[in-house]
Design a protein around this ligand. Structure first.
Ligand SMILES: NC(=O)c1ccc[n+]([C@@H]2O[C@H](COP(=O)([O-])OP(=O)(O)OC[C@H]3O[C@@H](n4cnc5c(N)ncnc54)[C@H](OP(=O)(O)O)[C@@H]3O)[C@@H](O)[C@H]2O)c1
Length: 360
Protein backbone atom coordinates (compact mmCIF):
# COMPACT_ATOMS: atom_id res chain seq x y z
CA UNK A 1 0.00 0.00 0.00
CA UNK A 2 1.33 3.46 -0.90
CA UNK A 3 0.05 6.12 1.53
CA UNK A 4 -0.38 9.54 -0.02
CA UNK A 5 -0.48 13.08 1.39
CA UNK A 6 -2.12 15.72 -0.82
CA UNK A 7 -1.31 19.46 -0.57
CA UNK A 8 -4.04 21.58 -2.21
CA UNK A 9 -7.67 20.62 -2.71
CA UNK A 10 -8.62 22.88 -5.62
CA UNK A 11 -9.28 21.95 -9.27
CA UNK A 12 -6.36 19.54 -9.62
CA UNK A 13 -6.58 18.23 -6.03
CA UNK A 14 -10.25 17.28 -6.55
CA UNK A 15 -9.30 15.49 -9.79
CA UNK A 16 -6.57 13.54 -7.98
CA UNK A 17 -8.96 12.44 -5.23
CA UNK A 18 -11.60 11.34 -7.76
CA UNK A 19 -9.16 9.43 -9.97
CA UNK A 20 -7.60 7.73 -6.95
CA UNK A 21 -11.08 6.62 -5.87
CA UNK A 22 -11.69 5.11 -9.32
CA UNK A 23 -8.49 3.01 -9.52
CA UNK A 24 -9.29 -0.44 -10.87
CA UNK A 25 -6.95 -3.39 -10.46
CA UNK A 26 -4.04 -1.65 -8.77
CA UNK A 27 -5.71 -0.92 -5.44
CA UNK A 28 -2.43 0.08 -3.83
CA UNK A 29 -2.84 3.84 -3.53
CA UNK A 30 -4.41 5.16 -0.34
CA UNK A 31 -5.13 8.89 0.16
CA UNK A 32 -4.24 9.35 3.82
CA UNK A 33 -4.21 13.12 4.42
CA UNK A 34 -5.22 16.30 2.57
CA UNK A 35 -3.98 19.80 3.45
CA UNK A 36 -5.82 22.97 2.42
CA UNK A 37 -7.24 26.06 4.16
CA UNK A 38 -9.38 25.40 7.23
CA UNK A 39 -12.51 26.51 5.30
CA UNK A 40 -12.20 23.21 3.35
CA UNK A 41 -11.86 21.02 6.49
CA UNK A 42 -15.50 19.97 6.54
CA UNK A 43 -15.56 19.08 2.86
CA UNK A 44 -12.33 17.05 3.19
CA UNK A 45 -13.58 15.25 6.29
CA UNK A 46 -11.57 12.84 8.50
CA UNK A 47 -8.42 13.00 6.38
CA UNK A 48 -8.07 16.81 6.69
CA UNK A 49 -4.59 17.99 7.76
CA UNK A 50 -4.44 21.49 9.24
CA UNK A 51 -0.71 22.02 8.59
CA UNK A 52 2.01 21.06 6.12
CA UNK A 53 3.91 19.42 8.98
CA UNK A 54 1.05 17.07 9.75
CA UNK A 55 1.85 15.43 6.41
CA UNK A 56 5.63 15.84 6.21
CA UNK A 57 6.12 14.47 9.75
CA UNK A 58 3.82 11.47 9.21
CA UNK A 59 6.12 8.46 8.88
CA UNK A 60 3.33 6.41 7.33
CA UNK A 61 3.07 8.72 4.32
CA UNK A 62 5.42 7.61 1.51
CA UNK A 63 4.45 10.00 -1.26
CA UNK A 64 3.12 13.56 -1.38
CA UNK A 65 1.31 15.33 -4.20
CA UNK A 66 1.67 19.12 -4.31
CA UNK A 67 -1.02 21.01 -6.22
CA UNK A 68 -1.36 24.30 -4.32
CA UNK A 69 0.23 26.68 -6.86
CA UNK A 70 2.61 29.57 -6.13
CA UNK A 71 6.07 29.12 -4.68
CA UNK A 72 6.52 29.88 -0.98
CA UNK A 73 4.38 27.18 0.64
CA UNK A 74 5.01 24.58 -2.10
CA UNK A 75 8.79 25.12 -1.62
CA UNK A 76 8.37 24.45 2.10
CA UNK A 77 6.17 21.39 1.50
CA UNK A 78 8.43 19.92 -1.21
CA UNK A 79 11.78 20.45 0.53
CA UNK A 80 10.58 19.15 3.89
CA UNK A 81 8.95 16.11 2.26
CA UNK A 82 12.12 15.27 0.31
CA UNK A 83 14.27 15.75 3.43
CA UNK A 84 11.97 13.28 5.19
CA UNK A 85 12.66 10.79 2.36
CA UNK A 86 9.18 11.05 0.85
CA UNK A 87 8.60 10.90 -2.89
CA UNK A 88 7.13 14.10 -4.32
CA UNK A 89 4.83 14.76 -7.28
CA UNK A 90 4.08 18.36 -8.25
CA UNK A 91 1.93 19.96 -10.95
CA UNK A 92 3.36 23.39 -10.16
CA UNK A 93 5.44 24.95 -12.95
CA UNK A 94 6.31 28.01 -10.89
CA UNK A 95 8.11 26.22 -8.09
CA UNK A 96 9.60 23.51 -10.35
CA UNK A 97 11.05 26.05 -12.81
CA UNK A 98 12.57 28.06 -9.96
CA UNK A 99 14.06 25.25 -7.85
CA UNK A 100 14.42 22.18 -10.09
CA UNK A 101 18.14 21.81 -9.49
CA UNK A 102 17.74 21.96 -5.70
CA UNK A 103 14.75 19.57 -5.73
CA UNK A 104 16.64 17.00 -7.84
CA UNK A 105 19.69 17.23 -5.55
CA UNK A 106 17.55 16.86 -2.40
CA UNK A 107 15.72 13.87 -3.88
CA UNK A 108 19.04 12.19 -4.70
CA UNK A 109 20.52 12.93 -1.28
CA UNK A 110 17.49 11.47 0.51
CA UNK A 111 16.90 8.45 -1.79
CA UNK A 112 13.56 9.89 -2.83
CA UNK A 113 12.13 10.95 -6.18
CA UNK A 114 10.52 14.09 -7.57
CA UNK A 115 8.14 13.82 -10.53
CA UNK A 116 6.45 16.73 -12.32
CA UNK A 117 4.79 15.42 -15.49
CA UNK A 118 1.68 17.61 -14.95
CA UNK A 119 3.68 20.85 -14.59
CA UNK A 120 4.01 21.31 -18.39
CA UNK A 121 1.34 20.42 -20.93
CA UNK A 122 -1.24 19.15 -18.38
CA UNK A 123 -2.34 15.69 -19.53
CA UNK A 124 0.14 15.33 -22.42
CA UNK A 125 2.88 12.80 -21.60
CA UNK A 126 5.80 15.14 -22.31
CA UNK A 127 8.23 15.50 -19.40
CA UNK A 128 9.05 11.81 -19.10
CA UNK A 129 9.36 11.11 -22.85
CA UNK A 130 11.60 14.20 -23.17
CA UNK A 131 13.78 13.15 -20.25
CA UNK A 132 14.16 9.61 -21.68
CA UNK A 133 14.96 10.98 -25.15
CA UNK A 134 17.60 13.29 -23.71
CA UNK A 135 19.44 10.25 -22.29
CA UNK A 136 19.88 8.38 -25.56
CA UNK A 137 19.46 10.96 -28.28
CA UNK A 138 20.33 14.60 -28.91
CA UNK A 139 17.50 17.13 -28.70
CA UNK A 140 18.09 19.59 -31.54
CA UNK A 141 15.03 21.75 -31.04
CA UNK A 142 11.74 22.00 -29.24
CA UNK A 143 8.80 24.19 -30.28
CA UNK A 144 5.70 24.32 -28.12
CA UNK A 145 2.25 25.87 -27.96
CA UNK A 146 1.88 25.38 -24.22
CA UNK A 147 -0.39 28.18 -23.13
CA UNK A 148 -4.10 27.53 -23.69
CA UNK A 149 -5.12 31.12 -22.91
CA UNK A 150 -2.99 32.77 -25.59
CA UNK A 151 -3.84 30.06 -28.10
CA UNK A 152 -7.61 30.46 -27.63
CA UNK A 153 -7.26 34.25 -27.95
CA UNK A 154 -5.33 33.86 -31.23
CA UNK A 155 -7.91 31.37 -32.54
CA UNK A 156 -10.83 33.70 -31.69
CA UNK A 157 -9.09 36.75 -33.20
CA UNK A 158 -8.56 34.90 -36.47
CA UNK A 159 -11.83 32.97 -36.75
CA UNK A 160 -14.28 35.53 -35.34
CA UNK A 161 -12.34 38.70 -36.36
CA UNK A 162 -12.33 39.94 -32.76
CA UNK A 163 -10.05 42.68 -31.45
CA UNK A 164 -7.42 41.65 -28.90
CA UNK A 165 -9.44 43.05 -25.97
CA UNK A 166 -12.67 41.38 -27.14
CA UNK A 167 -10.87 38.02 -27.48
CA UNK A 168 -9.36 38.38 -23.98
CA UNK A 169 -12.84 39.10 -22.50
CA UNK A 170 -14.32 36.09 -24.31
CA UNK A 171 -11.53 33.81 -23.01
CA UNK A 172 -12.23 35.13 -19.49
CA UNK A 173 -15.97 34.41 -19.90
CA UNK A 174 -15.22 30.86 -21.09
CA UNK A 175 -12.87 30.31 -18.14
CA UNK A 176 -9.72 29.99 -20.31
CA UNK A 177 -8.19 33.24 -19.04
CA UNK A 178 -7.61 34.50 -15.51
CA UNK A 179 -8.73 37.92 -14.28
CA UNK A 180 -5.18 39.13 -14.86
CA UNK A 181 -3.93 37.14 -17.87
CA UNK A 182 -0.72 39.18 -18.37
CA UNK A 183 1.68 36.25 -17.71
CA UNK A 184 -0.11 34.22 -20.37
CA UNK A 185 0.07 37.02 -22.94
CA UNK A 186 3.56 38.43 -22.32
CA UNK A 187 5.30 35.03 -22.44
CA UNK A 188 6.16 34.64 -18.72
CA UNK A 189 4.08 31.47 -18.35
CA UNK A 190 5.71 29.94 -21.44
CA UNK A 191 9.17 30.88 -20.14
CA UNK A 192 8.50 28.89 -16.92
CA UNK A 193 7.42 25.84 -18.92
CA UNK A 194 10.30 26.34 -21.36
CA UNK A 195 12.80 26.46 -18.49
CA UNK A 196 11.62 23.05 -17.24
CA UNK A 197 11.72 21.50 -20.72
CA UNK A 198 15.09 23.02 -21.67
CA UNK A 199 16.64 21.95 -18.34
CA UNK A 200 15.55 18.35 -18.97
CA UNK A 201 16.52 18.37 -22.64
CA UNK A 202 20.07 19.54 -21.88
CA UNK A 203 20.46 18.33 -18.26
CA UNK A 204 21.51 21.81 -17.30
CA UNK A 205 20.02 24.54 -15.15
CA UNK A 206 18.02 26.88 -17.39
CA UNK A 207 15.74 29.40 -15.65
CA UNK A 208 12.67 31.34 -16.88
CA UNK A 209 14.76 34.53 -16.98
CA UNK A 210 17.10 32.86 -19.49
CA UNK A 211 14.29 33.15 -22.07
CA UNK A 212 14.09 36.23 -24.29
CA UNK A 213 10.36 37.01 -24.40
CA UNK A 214 8.06 38.72 -26.88
CA UNK A 215 4.29 38.58 -26.24
CA UNK A 216 1.08 39.08 -28.21
CA UNK A 217 -0.31 42.09 -26.31
CA UNK A 218 0.00 44.44 -29.32
CA UNK A 219 -1.49 42.10 -31.89
CA UNK A 220 -4.26 43.58 -34.06
CA UNK A 221 -6.84 42.00 -36.43
CA UNK A 222 -5.09 43.91 -39.25
CA UNK A 223 -1.78 42.06 -38.57
CA UNK A 224 -3.59 38.71 -38.52
CA UNK A 225 -5.33 39.40 -41.84
CA UNK A 226 -2.14 40.71 -43.52
CA UNK A 227 -0.36 37.47 -42.58
CA UNK A 228 -3.35 35.33 -43.51
CA UNK A 229 -3.22 36.80 -47.03
CA UNK A 230 0.41 35.62 -47.12
CA UNK A 231 -0.74 32.06 -46.10
CA UNK A 232 0.44 32.40 -42.47
CA UNK A 233 -1.09 31.90 -39.00
CA UNK A 234 0.35 33.40 -35.80
CA UNK A 235 1.03 31.24 -32.74
CA UNK A 236 2.75 32.18 -29.48
CA UNK A 237 5.36 29.50 -28.89
CA UNK A 238 8.36 28.65 -26.79
CA UNK A 239 11.37 27.76 -28.89
CA UNK A 240 14.48 26.01 -27.60
CA UNK A 241 17.23 25.32 -30.12
CA UNK A 242 20.64 23.74 -29.72
CA UNK A 243 23.18 25.44 -31.93
CA UNK A 244 26.92 24.85 -32.25
CA UNK A 245 27.67 27.97 -30.20
CA UNK A 246 25.09 27.37 -27.42
CA UNK A 247 21.41 27.18 -26.64
CA UNK A 248 18.77 29.62 -27.86
CA UNK A 249 15.76 30.08 -25.54
CA UNK A 250 12.90 32.18 -26.84
CA UNK A 251 9.23 32.89 -26.34
CA UNK A 252 7.86 34.67 -29.38
CA UNK A 253 4.97 34.90 -31.83
CA UNK A 254 5.68 32.84 -34.95
CA UNK A 255 3.93 33.08 -38.33
CA UNK A 256 3.62 29.43 -39.49
CA UNK A 257 2.53 28.19 -42.91
CA UNK A 258 -1.15 27.23 -42.57
CA UNK A 259 -0.45 23.50 -42.94
CA UNK A 260 2.43 23.34 -40.42
CA UNK A 261 1.60 20.98 -37.49
CA UNK A 262 1.70 23.79 -34.92
CA UNK A 263 -0.52 26.05 -37.08
CA UNK A 264 -3.25 23.40 -36.75
CA UNK A 265 -3.21 23.40 -32.91
CA UNK A 266 -6.28 25.50 -32.07
CA UNK A 267 -8.07 26.98 -29.08
CA UNK A 268 -6.94 25.69 -25.66
CA UNK A 269 -5.18 22.62 -27.11
CA UNK A 270 -1.41 22.30 -26.58
CA UNK A 271 1.10 20.96 -29.12
CA UNK A 272 4.85 20.34 -28.99
CA UNK A 273 7.25 19.44 -31.77
CA UNK A 274 10.54 17.88 -30.71
CA UNK A 275 13.35 17.34 -33.16
CA UNK A 276 16.04 14.87 -32.14
CA UNK A 277 19.03 13.56 -34.05
CA UNK A 278 17.93 9.93 -34.04
CA UNK A 279 14.22 9.76 -33.25
CA UNK A 280 12.60 12.79 -34.75
CA UNK A 281 10.59 14.80 -35.48
CA UNK A 282 8.06 13.88 -32.79
CA UNK A 283 4.74 15.66 -32.32
CA UNK A 284 2.76 15.68 -29.04
CA UNK A 285 -0.77 17.12 -28.88
CA UNK A 286 -3.57 17.10 -26.28
CA UNK A 287 -5.26 18.87 -23.41
CA UNK A 288 -2.77 21.14 -21.68
CA UNK A 289 -4.95 21.78 -18.63
CA UNK A 290 -8.16 20.81 -16.87
CA UNK A 291 -9.02 18.78 -13.79
CA UNK A 292 -9.00 15.30 -15.32
CA UNK A 293 -6.08 15.51 -17.79
CA UNK A 294 -3.86 17.09 -15.11
CA UNK A 295 -4.87 14.59 -12.44
CA UNK A 296 -4.27 11.77 -14.91
CA UNK A 297 -0.68 12.98 -15.47
CA UNK A 298 -0.18 13.07 -11.69
CA UNK A 299 -1.41 9.50 -11.34
CA UNK A 300 0.96 8.38 -14.07
CA UNK A 301 3.73 9.91 -11.94
CA UNK A 302 2.56 7.77 -9.02
CA UNK A 303 3.56 4.67 -10.98
CA UNK A 304 7.07 6.09 -11.45
CA UNK A 305 7.96 7.43 -8.01
CA UNK A 306 9.81 4.31 -6.97
CA UNK A 307 12.10 4.31 -10.01
CA UNK A 308 15.72 4.88 -9.09
CA UNK A 309 16.48 6.33 -12.52
CA UNK A 310 15.84 10.06 -12.31
CA UNK A 311 16.72 13.30 -14.05
CA UNK A 312 19.92 14.94 -12.88
CA UNK A 313 22.10 17.81 -14.03
CA UNK A 314 25.44 17.24 -15.68
CA UNK A 315 27.92 19.35 -13.68
CA UNK A 316 30.12 19.80 -16.77
CA UNK A 317 27.36 21.69 -18.55
CA UNK A 318 25.84 23.29 -15.48
CA UNK A 319 25.34 26.57 -17.26
CA UNK A 320 25.45 26.15 -21.03
CA UNK A 321 26.19 29.17 -23.18
CA UNK A 322 22.87 30.89 -23.82
CA UNK A 323 22.55 32.66 -27.14
CA UNK A 324 20.97 36.08 -27.41
CA UNK A 325 21.03 36.50 -31.20
CA UNK A 326 17.71 36.01 -32.94
CA UNK A 327 18.43 34.21 -36.17
CA UNK A 328 15.91 33.86 -39.00
CA UNK A 329 13.42 35.91 -40.95
CA UNK A 330 11.00 38.16 -39.08
CA UNK A 331 8.04 40.40 -39.79
CA UNK A 332 8.06 43.67 -37.85
CA UNK A 333 4.89 45.81 -37.64
CA UNK A 334 4.86 49.57 -36.96
CA UNK A 335 2.00 51.07 -34.90
CA UNK A 336 0.38 52.39 -38.13
CA UNK A 337 0.27 48.84 -39.55
CA UNK A 338 3.24 49.10 -41.93
CA UNK A 339 5.11 45.79 -42.17
CA UNK A 340 8.86 45.30 -42.63
CA UNK A 341 10.64 42.05 -43.44
CA UNK A 342 13.84 41.57 -41.45
CA UNK A 343 16.67 39.03 -41.58
CA UNK A 344 18.70 38.17 -38.43
CA UNK A 345 17.67 41.38 -36.59
CA UNK A 346 19.10 42.32 -33.20
CA UNK A 347 16.82 42.16 -30.15
CA UNK A 348 16.94 45.97 -29.84
CA UNK A 349 15.79 46.35 -33.44
CA UNK A 350 12.89 43.95 -32.83
CA UNK A 351 11.82 45.77 -29.66
CA UNK A 352 11.39 48.98 -31.67
CA UNK A 353 8.35 47.48 -33.44
CA UNK A 354 4.88 47.34 -31.93
CA UNK A 355 4.57 43.65 -32.89
CA UNK A 356 7.03 41.12 -34.29
CA UNK A 357 6.75 37.52 -35.41
CA UNK A 358 9.26 35.04 -36.70
CA UNK A 359 8.54 33.71 -40.20
CA UNK A 360 8.50 29.87 -40.37
N1 LIG B 1 -5.94 23.72 -13.24
C1 LIG B 1 -5.26 23.15 -14.22
O1 LIG B 1 -5.81 22.78 -15.26
C2 LIG B 1 -3.78 22.93 -14.09
C3 LIG B 1 -3.07 22.28 -15.12
C4 LIG B 1 -1.70 22.02 -14.98
C5 LIG B 1 -1.05 22.45 -13.83
N2 LIG B 1 -1.75 23.13 -12.87
C6 LIG B 1 -1.03 23.57 -11.68
O2 LIG B 1 -1.50 22.84 -10.55
C7 LIG B 1 -1.46 23.69 -9.38
C8 LIG B 1 -2.86 23.77 -8.78
O3 LIG B 1 -3.75 24.30 -9.74
P1 LIG B 1 -5.33 24.36 -9.47
O4 LIG B 1 -5.94 24.82 -10.73
O5 LIG B 1 -5.81 23.12 -8.83
O6 LIG B 1 -5.38 25.57 -8.40
P2 LIG B 1 -6.55 25.88 -7.37
O7 LIG B 1 -7.86 25.42 -7.90
O8 LIG B 1 -6.40 27.31 -6.98
O9 LIG B 1 -6.19 24.93 -6.11
C9 LIG B 1 -5.16 25.21 -5.20
C10 LIG B 1 -5.67 24.85 -3.83
O10 LIG B 1 -4.62 25.05 -2.87
C11 LIG B 1 -5.09 25.93 -1.86
N3 LIG B 1 -4.03 26.75 -1.33
C12 LIG B 1 -3.26 27.64 -2.00
N4 LIG B 1 -2.43 28.28 -1.14
C13 LIG B 1 -2.72 27.79 0.09
C14 LIG B 1 -2.20 28.06 1.37
N5 LIG B 1 -1.27 29.00 1.58
N6 LIG B 1 -2.70 27.37 2.44
C15 LIG B 1 -3.68 26.46 2.25
N7 LIG B 1 -4.21 26.16 1.05
C16 LIG B 1 -3.73 26.82 -0.02
C17 LIG B 1 -6.11 26.80 -2.57
O11 LIG B 1 -6.97 27.43 -1.63
P3 LIG B 1 -7.57 28.91 -2.05
O12 LIG B 1 -8.36 28.70 -3.28
O13 LIG B 1 -8.39 29.28 -0.87
O14 LIG B 1 -6.38 29.80 -2.26
C18 LIG B 1 -6.83 25.78 -3.42
O15 LIG B 1 -7.81 25.05 -2.71
C19 LIG B 1 -0.91 25.04 -9.86
O16 LIG B 1 0.48 25.05 -9.66
C20 LIG B 1 -1.22 25.03 -11.36
O17 LIG B 1 -0.33 25.84 -12.10
C21 LIG B 1 -3.10 23.38 -12.96
Amino acid sequence: MINIGLFGYGTVGHGVKELLASQKNIGVFNLKKVFDRKEKAEEIGDIYASSIKEITADNNIDTVIECMGGDELPYQAITSSLKAGKNVISSNKETISKHLKEYLALAKENHASIQFEASVGGGIPLINPLWCLSQFDQIDSLQGILNGTSNSILTEMEESQLSFNQAVSLAQQKGFAEKDPSDDLNGNDLARKGAILASLAFQAEIKPDDFTRFGIENLTPMIISTLKKAGKRIKLILLVEKKEEGILNLVLPVAFDLQAPLALVKEETNGVLIDCSKNGPLFFEGKGAGKNPTASAILQDLTRVNSNIAPSFNPDINKPKLLKELPGRFYGFHPDGRMEKLVDPSETELRSFSFICQDK
